[in-house]
Unconditional design. Structure first.
Length: 301
């Protein structure tokens, strides 16, 4: 099957490679000349503009967008739209907000173009292990592109599925990432407790390796944690600063809108925000209050 891939960053390029290995005809475009050269070196046919990419793919076309969420997605659609035809399918495999995906699908449907929002998990390991794909949008378009999903998934019959109408794929991925926040926070806190009692439990990497086999807390995240601790047991050279991609915030906001209690996901997001404040005003004010009402000493800089 023919596919045009827009966005040849690490994940997009890996997806293109996996599809090409599965026998699919993949062409690509990226605004970065360096990314285009890397793709060419991997044997992927590369266009020098979105319009040129559209010309490389036979109608009815399938074009997969792998760019950062937000304005870049709309800009990519606007660049492609004049060259598209009714019957074409656009896929957004990034981490877009599901309401944006619904808006885009409605806009494109007016011109006879299907829009699939595909929540994609697998990260840098997807090339070797396959990708988890949550497909939202028109069922007929999803069925037409199913050979691509089967090639990208860990195996043709698992790890992917059409989960609902427009927005459903990115909604499922949003909640997936919220769960990921909570799991990561639990592992981080547990190992922090172990590390603080280092005189009793000496080797965190060993504990992580033990837990990987037979334990009820085993997971792929634990596999990655064990590897990180084996390579750098004290995590030297790493700042205690944790970014977020935005999907945890969306999950918490959605939980509030739906009156669903989600304390673990919410607190894991708060901890990420807290990690970025190296000069917390709130903590200084708490110290000032304790001093004011109880005469408790203030620790000075």
């Amino acid at each position: 099957m023919q596919l045009g891939m827009i966005g040849l960053g690490r994940m997009g390029a890996n997806m293109a490679r996996r599809l090409a290995r599965g026998g699919h005809d993949v062409s690509g475009f990226d605004p970065s000349p360096e990314a285009r050269e890397r793709a060419r070196a991997d044997g992927i046919a590369v266009a020098d503009s979105p319009e040129a990419l559209v010309a490389l793919v036979a109608a009815p076309r399938a074009l997969w967008i792998m760019v950062p969420a937000g304005d870049p997605v709309d800009a990519t659609i606007n660049a492609l739209l004049p060259s598209l035809s009714p019957g074409d399918v656009l896929v957004d495999g990034g981490n877009s907000f599901y309401r944006d995906s619904q808006r885009r699908a409605e806009r494109l449907a007016e011109q006879g173009i299907a829009y699939l929002d595909v929540g994609t998990s697998g990260g840098v390991w997807g090339l070797a292990e396959g990708y988890s794909l949550m497909v939202g949008g028109d069922a007929e378009a999803a069925a037409r592109l199913s050979p691509l999903f089967r090639a990208l998934a860990p195996s043709p019959d698992r790890g992917w599925g059409h989960v609902g109408p427009s927005g459903a794929g990115h909604y499922a991925k949003m909640v997936h990432n919220g769960i990921e926040y909570g799991m990561m926070q639990a592992y981080a806190e547990g190992f922090a407790i172990l590390e603080r009692k280092h005189a009793l439990v000496h080797d965190l990497a060993q504990v992580a390796e033990i837990w990987r086999h037979g334990s009820v807390v085993r997971s792929w995240l634990l596999d990655l944690t064990a590897e990180a601790l084996a390579q750098n047991p004290q995590l030297h050279g790493m700042a205690p600063y944790v970014p977020d991609s935005g999907e945890g915030r969306w999950t918490v906001a959605e939980a509030i809108d739906l009156d669903v209690a989600a304390p673990v996901i919410t607190q894991s997001l708060i901890e990420r925000l807290r990690s970025r404040d190296s000069d917390a005003f709130s903590d200084k004010l708490l110290s000032a209050m304790r001093n004011a009402f109880g005469g408790h000493a203030i620790k000075r800089d």
